[in-house]
Design a protein around this ligand. Structure first.
Ligand code: HEC
Ligand code: HEC
Length: 410
């Protein structure tokens, strides 16, 4: 419910109400869209107030985490009205924001803690038995916990699905060239805490590693192990190794191993090994202005199975808002550079098939200037024009598209 009021407040602040209060001269600029946005914001506020009089929980039937919590039919109907009103007002406000800032203006966002998870100082989880055997569905392979946690092993659960990976991908080279496939998975299927590499153009992969070597590409949140270790690998791997890895990952078929669910609620989460994981037993919590990408099966995910799947929770209306943003004709229209289906074009990499939480971190990193490689100027201007809600919408939209149309150009 707090979320409902926050949404109305954000809508009002970013929409016409604020502009109206900015002075007489601005009032004349208000157009029909602004009037609609105000109307919808007020309607949403009224429904919010009504709902607040009732119980403090919204409806979320698609999650079905706790069936006993299903709200009464009357409240569900009201929640639907609210959802539509907010989605509509979100769309109106989103169009407004997408046309926003001039290039060169400061970033609108600072890195949110939920997007850059940091391990708690005292992890009280019991150490798993290093010799215990792990298995995953559909595979005859066996790995011990110790092997799955070894930075010089990329577990290969389904070797029949691909050719023989180069040594730098499957084993790495001690002491500091960790196996690319340990983090990115052997086929580059990727994970929310790193990046999907399958099907990225080889030249783009080389350039990014080079940017990490020179420090032109960093994280907005230094000190997080996944990014820091990537930087160590970038500096310690030889050019020949990066070249082999780039050609290998570029030749793998990209997979969108996630599905997008738009919702007011999502599982409550905690941090394990720099990753967000759903609490067990599952509990619902307001999603708010966040995008969460959570493994469907923690066991497959932590076993680094390339077939592991994820559910992406995004606020209601995100995909449509992202579509408007992507197809927008102005300077921030993603499709103009990334291709009509965000399949990648020229120096702009594919966004389809990429982990949406990774995409979101990159948008923030462009916005803060932490990522400023030689090809990044256009993206820095774009990211600085976007609000966090725009970024979430763009990432959710990209995640809703199929990567089968990705460019085959290398
Ligand atoms: C310890 C984990 C780890 C290992 C090992 C690792 N990476 Fe990464 N890699 C990451 C993370 C985390 C990111 C995301 C960085 C960020 O958020 O800026 C990343 C990002 C990348 C990107 C950027 C992708 C994009 O879409 O821009 C490339 C390219 C890349 N890695 C290549 C490699 C190669 C090649 C290897 C092996 C030589 C490797 N990585 C090994 C963790 C790792
Ligand atoms: C003017 C051209 C242009 C526009 C418009 C544009 N991009 Fe980009 N984008 C690029 C280029 C070029 C890169 C590669 C930057 C680099 O190599 O550092 C990039 C990189 C990215 C990345 C990093 C991908 C990765 O794998 O690390 C993300 C995320 C991204 N863009 C999202 C967007 C979104 C979302 C929009 C629309 C809101 C957008 N871009 C609009 C040109 C553009």
């Amino acid at each position: 419910m707090t979320d409902c009021f926050e949404a109305v407040k954000a809508c009002s602040v970013s929409g016409a109400i604020l502009r109206k209060s900015e002075g007489e001269s601005r009032v004349r600029e208000i157009n029909l869209q602004d009037v609609t946005a105000v109307g919808v914001c007020i309607a949403a506020a009224v429904v919010c107030g009504f709902l607040r009089g009732g119980e403090q929980r919204g409806g979320l039937d698609d999650l079905q985490l706790e069936p006993e919590d299903r709200p009464a039919q009357r409240r569900a109907a009201l929640a639907l009205v609210l959802t539509l009103a907010l989605a509509w007002s979100g769309g109106a406000c989103g169009t407004e924001l997408a046309q926003g800032a001039e290039p060169g203006t400061p970033a609108k966002v600072s890195p949110p803690a939920w997007l850059y998870p940091v391990n708690p100082a005292h992890d009280i989880r019991p150490e798993p038995d290093p010799q215990a055997i792990r298995r995953v569905p559909g595979s005859a392979a066996r790995y011990t916990n110790a092997q799955v946690d070894d930075l010089f092993i990329a577990p290969d659960w389904h070797p029949q699905e691909h050719g023989s990976a180069p040594a730098v991908v499957s084993r790495g080279r001690p002491p500091e060239t960790y196996a690319c496939g340990y983090c990115h998975r052997v086929t580059g299927a990727g994970a929310p805490e790193n990046s999907h590499l399958a099907g990225l153009p080889a030249a783009y992969i080389r350039q990014q590693v080079e940017d990490m070597r020179t420090g032109a590409r960093r994280s907005s949140h230094p000190g997080r192990i996944p990014q820091d270790y990537m930087a160590v690998v970038a500096r310690s791997a030889s050019d020949a190794e990066i070249d082999e890895a780039a050609l290998w990952f570029a030749a793998q078929a990209p997979v969108a191993n996630f599905r997008v669910v738009e919702s007011h609620l999502a599982p409550s989460v905690h941090i394990e090994d720099w990753k967000l994981m759903a609490d067990r037993p599952l509990r619902r919590a307001p999603l708010g202005h966040r995008l969460l990408e959570l493994p469907d099966d923690p066991q497959d995910f932590t076993s680094r199975d390339t077939r592991a799947r994820f559910t992406v929770y995004a606020p209601i209306g995100s995909v449509e808002r992202g579509r408007l943003l992507a197809q927008h004709a102005g300077t921030t229209g993603c499709a103009a550079c990334h291709g009509p289906r965000l399949q990648g074009m020229g120096s702009a990499p594919p966004l389809v098939g990429q982990s949406p939480s990774y995409l979101l971190r990159q948008l923030v990193d462009f916005g803060t200037g932490a990522r400023h490689g030689p090809q990044a100027a256009a993206m820095i201007a774009v990211a600085r024009a976007l609000s966090m809600d725009d970024m979430i919408a763009a990432a959710a939209y990209a995640a809703s598209l199929s990567p089968s149309t990705r460019s085959s150009a290398r």
